[in-house]
Design a protein around this ligand. Structure first.
Ligand SMILES: [Zn+2]
Length: 129
């Protein structure tokens, strides 16, 4: 198992094609430079400043599937906790920089997630140009 969540996982690809089918235009893996770090949300709507993440159930400790492995808990416990802490910090730092953050679990239906994204975009002001 690799230490870092990988790019272009199946749930991300499924969400992107669901968004495409709704006619939404976005950037993928666009780096956003924050004062504290650089983050790469899975999907970015630059004009509306909406960042979307699809979180892996294991790595991000989903309440349904995120049970930490029973073996080697001294390693996995703190490691997974660090991921969760980092997610929270990233959310706060993005919001502080004027972004809206939307996180979905990989087990969620891509169609449902795309619907939430579309709804969030509708509520966000779009600057002219
Ligand atoms: Zn899950």
């Amino acid at each position: 198992m690799r230490a870092n969540p990988r790019r272009d996982t199946k749930p991300e690809i499924a969400l992107r094609s669901a968004l495409h089918r709704r006619g939404l235009r976005f950037r993928k893996d666009l780096p956003i430079r924050l004062p504290e770090r650089v983050v790469r949300p899975d999907v970015v709507f630059t004009r509306q400043r909406l960042a979307v993440f699809v979180d892996g159930c294991f790595w991000h400790c989903c309440p349904i599937h995120g049970n930490a492995p029973k073996t080697n808990t001294g390693y996995w416990g703190p490691k997974l906790q660090r991921n969760v802490d980092r997610d929270h910090a990233v959310n706060e730092q993005l919001r502080a920089a004027g972004w809206t953050v939307l996180r979905a679990w990989e087990h969620e239906q891509p169609q449902e997630v795309a619907k939430s994204v579309e709804g969030a975009l509708r509520d966000l002001p779009t600057p002219a140009s």
